[in-house]
Design a protein around this ligand. Structure first.
Ligand code: 13P
Length: 340
């Protein structure tokens, strides 16, 4: 049985990253709405089967997949459990365990992520079902006055309690504090994102230390330092420089890997920004992707919910996975991306 550090290292192996396919039932409905498809247990299965069946992507570029509870228990149309389908490609199955961001009392527009009660028992079951790692997403919203200490601290504390419970269960925690780029009003500058991301990560690592979490057995999943989606545009180099600077100031070198989320970025931006960070160099941790939208958006559009489009959708997914694999090594090129 591999230990926590070995699993964490496997998740960030050179040239590989994580596929976040853990959209909750509510979120996947929103994604399917964009292609005019009804979200049912069968359509959700067909969609995930299309992704996990893209052998070239899954075996070469994807180290692990974050699943939603339903998907962890689901099987492909031929009866093969998804967990086995992933394992056949040397992909680790992971599980989203938080119960979502809920309104933070007394702090309008801010949230705290719930799901700690009963988590010990749920983790034990997920481990039985084959999960080797987990995910919990805390959301930090930048409103007119910026996030409050209450919101940063409540989320950091919950992330640390979750991480400690995961490690007790022999599961690697992905610690995801997301400073939202696509919240409301979403017009903040990159400078504000840099300050808030720095404060958030500092609090998260303090809470992890207090909780006794072994940093060699976690993966950090942060946002990149970017402006709000309605904020002033910036260069790729600016994003890369500020992100690396913020991470170096807050993330201990004992953390084996950092795998970014992609919210608020286009597919190409997410690849370009990651690649540019590697050009800066001197990074003490592996730096890769754990994208949801930036890995899936093109494949979802190509699929459109139709069986006859599966091959085209898989081709789009393989391409995106390959582009991000290159980006995770500083080797992504815009013209290669666009030539596809
Ligand atoms: P995005 O890459 O679409 O932000 O999703 C990643 C994720 O897992 C969010 O929790």
């Amino acid at each position: 049985m591999p230990n926590l550090a070995q699993i964490a290292q496997q998740l960030v192996a050179t040239g590989k990253g994580i596929l976040a396919a853990d959209e909750s039932t509510g979120t996947i409905k929103k994604r399917f709405d964009t292609i005019g498809l009804e979200s049912t247990e069968t359509s959700r299965r067909d969609y995930r089967e299309m992704l996990f069946g893209a052998k070239e992507a899954m075996s070469q570029y994807i180290s692990g997949v974050i699943l939603f509870d339903e998907t962890l228990r689901q099987s492909a149309s031929d009866g093969t459990p998804f967990v086995e389908m992933l394992r056949a490609n040397n992909c680790l199955p992971g599980i989203k365990v938080d119960m979502g961001a809920k309104p933070l009392p007394g702090h309008e527009g801010e949230t705290v992520t719930e799901g700690l009660d009963g988590l010990r028992d749920r983790l034990a079951e997920y481990r039985e079902l084959g999960a080797t790692f987990a995910k919990w997403r805390g959301v930090i919203a930048i409103g007119e006055k910026g996030p409050t200490r209450a919101s940063i601290h409540a989320n950091a504390h919950a992330l640390a309690r979750y991480a400690a419970l995961c490690q007790e269960a022999g599961i690697v925690p992905i610690v995801e504090p997301e400073v939202l780029a696509d919240g409301k009003p979403g017009n903040h500058t990159i400078e504000v994102c840099e300050t808030v991301t720095g404060e958030t990560l500092a609090d998260v690592f303090e809470q992890l230390r207090i909780a006794g979490v072994d940093l060699s057995g976690i993966i950090l999943k942060p946002n990149m330092v970017i402006p709000g989606i309605n904020g002033p545009t910036v260069s790729v180099e600016d994003v890369a420089e500020r992100t690396v600077r913020t991470l170096k100031a807050t993330v201990p070198a004992t953390v084996p890997g950092i795998a970014f989320l992609s919210g608020g970025q286009t597919c190409e931006q997410a690849s370009a920004n990651l690649s540019a960070m590697h050009k800066i160099g001197g990074l003490p941790w592996a730096l890769t992707f754990s994208y949801g939208r930036a890995l899936q958006a093109e494949a979802l559009a190509a699929w459109g919910g139709k069986a006859e489009n599966v091959a085209a959708a898989q081709k789009a997914f393989v391409h995106r996975a390959r582009m991000n694999s290159l980006a995770s090594q500083g080797l992504w090129e815009a013209d290669v991306d666009r030539a596809a």
